[in-house]
Design a protein around this ligand. Structure first.
Ligand code: BEZ
Length: 394
């Protein structure tokens, strides 16, 4: 039998635990402190500039709403992932296990994303992908707690092939950094280009982040295709366009790309970028009130021009705000949080977009051309393009 003394002692212990917050229901606990938001992005290396633009975009969206999420203050955490896949799991665990973040925002590089993805699936932490397009994240390995606000790697190039053939470029060479992003971008290009009647005469590649293009450009010159199509981004994209021009190919062989080729690097590439045509879910010159206002506010705040990465970061912020508002800041209410994010319509500078069942944007793809240092939109190449989501059972 329990003695009165034992009951009193247990009662006091319970009181102590409850006043220390240990026995509060999970929801009350979750709402009492700050929301912990972790950025895992590249802040060094070829993709450093992309990481900065994404973080700027996220912060801008949240600051526009008073700097809170569902009424709660935010505590920020940051890890530089260096675009290094071998450190992906370890870096994601710094945020999840050490810093105990409620949400992880990252990353840029598809290989690193797979590390975050494993940690997100194992821990159940909310994972928002602001760039990396790796197919598995929203196809066979999709997960209820993982949402992408950017694109799948084959989405931009699905819009490229037909455009090139229509413009009379029927024989093409493909060139890329050899890793998931480039290989999956090739899938979209191959399918759309060959379906439209084009022939791919050669696939060329080099390991990421190598930028020694010379031997490959010599091979392209010898092959004499009508056009070159490619996937490069960040510092490598600027160097590729410059080396292409320096090799004497500009003006002789048309240069096309997945739109990352000309994002955030037009100034660095200089005249070599003029006339380059690409397909992407954003263009600087989109003539909408939303885009004009966004560009103005971003330039004023960060003293630099926004690009697609800044837009993706901004949209990540918008999605998180919608989710957090729906659960009044209590991110532990997972079914309600996910439902709100699944049903979100994001009013983005790129145009309105929605989430597919597999948690990837359904969005318009634009044909763009670099004119006087800007990505000018020539038209919509594909309307409301969705990734296949193959193998996802959400
Ligand atoms: C990727 O690795 O998924 C990626 C990197 C830069 C731009 C686009 C995609």
């Amino acid at each position: 039998m329990t003695s009165r003394r034992q009951m009193l002692t247990q009662g006091a212990a319970l009181l102590g635990a409850s006043s220390a917050g240990l026995l509060l229901p999970q929801t009350a606990l979750a709402q009492s402190g700050k929301i912990r938001v972790g950025f895992m992005l590249p802040y060094t290396g070829t993709y450093a500039q992309l990481g900065v633009a994404i973080e700027n975009g996220v912060r801008m969206a949240i600051n526009e709403q008073g700097g809170k999420l569902g009424g709660r203050e935010i505590e920020w955490f940051k890890v530089d992932d260096e675009s290094e896949p071998s450190k992906g799991i370890e870096n994601a665990n710094k945020l999840v296990q050490r810093d105990k973040v409620d949400v992880i925002i990252g990353t840029v590089h598809s290989g690193v994303q797979m590390g975050i993805h494993k940690v997100a699936r194992d821990s159940g932490v909310l994972s928002l992908i602001p760039n990396a397009g790796v197919h598995a994240a929203t196809r066979a390995l999709c997960a209820p707690n993982v949402f992408r606000t950017s694109f799948s790697n084959s989405q931009p190039t699905m819009a490229l092939g037909e455009t090139m053939v229509k413009r009379g470029h029927k024989k093409a060479v493909w060139i890329t950094h050899k890793y998931a992003a480039g290989d999956e971008a090739f899938e979209g290009f191959r399918d759309s280009y060959t379906k439209a009647g084009g022939t791919i005469v050669k696939e060329l590649g080099l390991p990421f982040p190598n930028v020694e293009f010379q031997a490959l450009l010599t091979e392209i010159a010898a092959l004499k295709p009508d056009a070159v199509a490619c996937f490069f981004a960040g510092g490598a994209a600027a160097k590729f366009m410059k080396d292409f021009a320096a090799a004497g190919l500009k003006g002789k062989i048309a240069l096309y790309g997945s739109g990352f080729l000309t994002e955030g690097v037009i100034e660095a590439a200089g005249p070599a970028a003029e006339g380059v045509m690409t397909t992407l879910h954003y263009a600087d010159s989109l003539d909408t009130k939303r885009n004009h206002e966004f560009r103005l506010a971003y330039a004023k705040t960060f003293k630099m021009q926004p690009d697609v990465y800044a837009v993706q970061g901004y949209d990540t912020g918008l999605l998180l705000i919608q989710g957090a508002n729906a659960v009044k800041g209590d991110l532990s209410q997972k079914p309600a949080l996910y439902k709100a994010m699944e049903g979100a319509v994001i009013d983005s500078p790129r145009g309105k977009w929605t989430m597919s069942k597999a948690h990837n944007p359904v969005q318009d793809m634009y044909l763009r051309e670099v004119v006087k240092g800007e990505n000018k939109v020539l038209g919509v190449a594909v309307k409301a393009l969705a990734d296949s989501g193959a193998g996802c059972r959400l």
